[in-house]
Design a binder for this molecule. Structure first.
Ligand code: ADP
Ligand code: MG
Length: 266
């Protein structure tokens, strides 16, 4: 059984003729357990909308989404249970942090809500470990959002999602606020923690360099549609769609065939 399936998903925003936007225009997609998926495409192509719909944050106008063969619950206890298995790290997540609350408290809320620690000492250790995994020190935990950089806030958000060891994790541009060194560290962390035979890891990004070596398969989006999909290696070295060729050329500063030649030689 597939981990995540989308059939004929269509999403339209805005009411009037003038501000009507078709964000997703008939998307079909199947993600298998154990797979790591990259969702790429230019800004406005519908990537974030797709990630929200596949994780049940938003309901589509038309079409269906199944997770482990079943529709997602939308409320109640069943929904809360599901939140543990299925996580979205939203784009620009830092803005969603509560300005009055320290980073430790943000993490503690998740620990308490899901009964992840039996006592206070265990809770403290869990929080310290999860900050350390994303490269933050205990002192960062005692700070409030505005005392940290955008990249540090983003790392707390990632730590919070990883606390639940979700079976299915969608990360929407998780590294866009991070500088290059930290970016590599976070990508490696996601790679280690989110991959496994029963897990699904999907990353939304416009950075093809990140998905190279991280994702098994890519889907390329344009104007709310999937224009191309395939194994990462094949897609990068032999893209079929003109738009994918443009993306590869822009990201690697070389043509797909030259990229493939360099790889074969290396
Ligand atoms: P991407 O993540 O690829 O940049 P999005 O999924 O954010 O693309 O957006 C796709 C299209 O839908 C864009 O034209 C965007 O402006 C529009 N859109 C996204 N979310 C909303 C919303 N909540 N209300 C109105 N328009 C939206
Ligand atoms: Mg987006």
């Amino acid at each position: 059984m597939a981990a995540v399936e989308a059939h004929g998903v269509r999403q339209v925003y805005g009411r009037g003729l003038k501000d009507r936007v078709v964000a997703l225009d008939g998307v079909d997609l199947t993600v298998q357990k154990g797979e790591s998926l990259g969702i790429v495409g230019e800004s406005g192509s519908g990537k974030s909308t797709l990630a929200r719909i596949l994780t049940g944050i938003e309901q589509p106008h038309e079409g269906t989404v199944l997770v482990n063969g079943r529709p997602l619950p939308t409320a109640g206890r069943a929904w809360r249970e599901r939140r543990r298995q299925l996580q979205l790290i939203p784009q620009h997540a830092g803005g969603a942090l509560d300005a009055r609350v320290t980073m430790e408290q943000h993490l503690a809320e998740v620990v308490d809500a899901h009964h992840l620690a039996p006592d206070r000492a265990a809770r403290r250790r869990l929080i310290a470990d999860s900050l350390e995994r994303v490269g933050l020190a205990a002192e960062h935990g005692r700070k409030r959002p505005r005392q940290l950089s955008g990249g540090q806030q983003q790392r707390v958000i990632i730590a919070r999602s990883l606390l639940l060891s979700p079976e299915i994790l969608f990360a929407d541009e998780p590294t866009s606020a991070l500088d290059l060194l930290v970016r590599r560290q976070i990508v490696d962390l996601l790679n280690v923690t989110c991959r496994g035979p029963h897990r699904v890891f999907a990353i939304v990004t416009h950075d093809l360099q990140i998905v190279d070596g991280l994702c098994d398969r890519l889907i390329v989006m344009k104007n709310g549609k999937i224009v191309e999909s395939g194994p990462t290696e094949t897609l990068l070295s032999n893209p079929q769609h003109a738009y994918t060729r443009q993306l590869v050329t822009a990201a690697f500063q070389t043509t797909p065939s030259a990229l493939a030649a360099v790889r074969e030689a290396g």
